[in-house]
Design a protein around this ligand. Structure first.
Ligand code: MBD
Ligand code: FE
Length: 284
């Protein structure tokens, strides 16, 4: 690959992810204040887990100080959104999924940006004039748990480019690239024209990448589309869709794949690929 740009730095995308997270906290409802009882209960359990690990693994003073240095580095690199979404969010999602019907959810991840361009179906996501990648037609219908079409549905979609980079988090990709909020028709049907994303690699030059390297793990997520599917009167679904046969599907570093969330695109004969996927929303 001959890159015509410098690679985005981990610190640069970490910083953007931290800013995006802060902005989402100040505009969105942050829910009710957490009670003293809840703080005590959850944090006591969390600390007990850390204490148990220290005893079980006989963690040394040197290792404790290395951990302290590491956590400082994660913060200074702006990588708290990345590392928490990669290693922790999938369990929070599992718990949320216990009470969710309809299409399976998956983690939000650190690269969502609100307020993207609104498009009507059939929609073509914004892309560069020389955008690389295989053309993908992604179509389907949004229905409720009874099978009825959901009018007024919208699909907030964002994904990486053919090199695995997200707009807003890699300086060489224009703002809004491969992002959009697509309004489905009055039958909940949608058609989105975009390109297939590539797998995503955790930046290797920051603390999250350093940990993965130090532990001998791999830094990859399988190629995926991110979606939030919403409609008035329904519970919003935050999910991701993957590609059958894609690399890293069975070893996602973020543990966020589910069998129900794998797309099976077919070649359309003209070098393009097409796939349908229907979403089910529950009232809420
Ligand atoms: C991603 O693209 C992503 O979706 C998650 C969950 C974590 C890191 C990068
Ligand atoms: Fe992602």
């Amino acid at each position: 690959m001959t890159a015509t740009h410098g690679s985005p730095t981990a610190a640069g995308s970490g910083d953007s992810a931290t800013k995006a997270f802060r902005a989402s906290r100040s505009t969105a409802s942050t829910g009710p204040a957490v009670s003293q009882e809840r703080v005590s209960e959850v944090v006591t359990e969390l600390l007990a887990g850390i204490h148990a690990t220290i005893r079980l693994k006989k963690v040394s003073y040197d290792e404790f100080q290395a951990a302290k240095q590491y956590l400082i580095d994660v913060g200074e690199g702006g990588e708290w959104p990345l590392i928490l979404d990669v290693f922790v969010e999938h369990v929070v999602e599992d718990v949320a999924a216990e009470s969710q019907e309809g299409t399976k959810g998956s983690i939000l991840g650190p690269y969502y940006l609100p307020d993207q361009v609104r498009l009507n179906t059939p929609a073509r996501l914004q892309r560069r004039s020389d955008e690389k990648g295989t053309e993908l037609l992604f179509a389907g219908q949004v229905r409720d748990t009874e099978g009825n079409p959901v009018p007024g549905a919208e699909l907030d979609i964002w994904h990486a480019d053919d090199e695995g980079y997200y707009s807003g988090f890699a300086p060489h990709v224009p703002d809004g690239n491969l992002r959009g909020v697509v309004a489905a028709d009055d039958q909940g049907k949608f058609e989105i024209h975009t390109i297939e994303p590539s797998p995503y690699q955790i930046p290797t030059d920051g603390p999250t990448g350093a940990l993965i390297e130090a532990a001998g793990w791999h830094p990859w997520r399988p190629a995926h589309l991110h979606l939030m599917v919403r409609a008035p009167g329904y519970r919003t679904i935050t999910t991701q869709l993957y590609f059958r046969g894609g690399e890293w599907l069975d070893s996602d570093v973020a543990s966020a794949t589910k069998p129900d969330l794998i797309l099976d695109p077919t070649d359309t004969g003209d070098g393009k690929r097409a796939v349908t996927y229907d979403f089910t929303l529950e009232p809420g």
